[in-house]
Design a protein. Structure first.
Ligand code: ZN
Length: 310
């Protein structure tokens, strides 16, 4: 399953509110993608640029695309893009020496997704040249990038309280991000990133497991539940590796927002109860994280990527 096009139903404030949450999410995502590089089988250069494209918006996006159809929406503080003085509003003219004019939307996906793929396929072990348009001139920048797990991370323009990942994209609803504290947003992101690290989409498709209504029955239900538990357990390792106290994970699933968000991607019957989730994560922290060498490389969970489901 791939996510459909994200066309932003813009809030009345324009795109500012959406971009604000995108920047919050991107800031903690960069930290977590970098710190957990060793746990992922696919890497990309981390730039700190939050990109968007004109075709993502139904209404006029004002000055946001004055410099081209693909532009920088926000820059993560302290990132490679910030160090290279790239700025929101800069239009993307070339990525790694390849002109952005050669990029085309892939099917229903916005042009931004093609720009992301172009960026993600650049090498991680050398500086990355980016050309931007700013008003009447073009600027060449060289980004000193770091390698991170490969994931397209975005705020979905929806007021719901769910988050999802499809093996390529991690989406968090605007409503969920806006209601969550920074630590809570980190827990939500860690859970979704773990679905990606453990390659759940590929493994479930390989097993012919259905989601939605048919995912509620028999073996489908059991396997959907298995991957939720795996994602919870390993999310504690991800958080710890990125310098968070992993105890924020069980704490979040016990909150009202956590219980509500826990009903997200699958129907609630597919999930263990919030208290069972919280206890299982606490057990994982006590057994595999506290007093152990850092960073944590949880082989007992990572090895499941190549093992068939039981
Ligand atoms: Zn999940």
């Amino acid at each position: 399953m791939a996510f459909g096009q994200q066309v932003a139903a813009q809030p009345d404030e324009g795109i500012t509110a959406l971009v604000q949450q995108d920047l919050r999410l991107a800031t903690l995502a960069e930290r977590m993608l970098a710190a957990n590089r060793a746990l992922c089988r696919q890497a990309m250069p981390l730039t700190g640029m939050v990109l968007h494209s004109r075709d993502q918006y139904r209404r006029d996006a004002g000055e946001a695309f004055a410099n081209g159809p693909i532009a920088i929406a926000a820059v993560v503080p302290g990132s490679a893009a910030a160090a290279a003085h790239l700025m929101p509003g800069d239009g993307i003219a070339a990525i790694g020496g390849h002109p952005a004019s050669g990029l085309a939307p892939d099917g229903e996906a916005p042009l931004r997704d093609s720009a992301f793929e172009a960026l993600a396929s650049e090498p991680t072990d050398r500086p990355l040249p980016i050309t931007v348009v700013r008003g009447t001139y073009q600027q060449e920048a060289t980004l000193t990038v770091e390698a991170g797990c490969k994931a397209l991370v975005e705020i979905r323009a929806a007021n719901g309280v769910s988050a999802r990942s499809d093996g390529r994209v991690i989406q968090v609803d605007y409503g969920l991000a806006a209601a969550a504290s920074d630590d809570e947003l980190a827990v939500i992101f860690a859970h979704e990133l773990e679905h990606l690290v453990l390659e759940h989409r590929r493994r479930l498709s390989g097993e012919g497991v259905k989601k939605g209504f048919f995912g509620e029955f028999g073996r489908n239900r059991r396997l959907n539940r298995t991957v939720e538990v795996e994602a919870d357990l390993i999310s504690a390792h991800l958080l710890a590796n990125a310098g968070y106290d992993p105890a924020i994970a069980p704490a979040f699933w016990r909150t009202r927002l956590g219980r509500k968000a826990g009903g997200g991607l699958f129907r609630s019957a597919t999930y263990p109860s919030p208290e069972a989730r919280a206890r299982a994560i606490e057990q994982e922290i006590a057994t595999y994280i506290l007093g152990r060498p850092w960073p944590s490389l949880p082989a007992h969970l990572l090895d499941r990527r190549d093992a068939p489901f039981e």
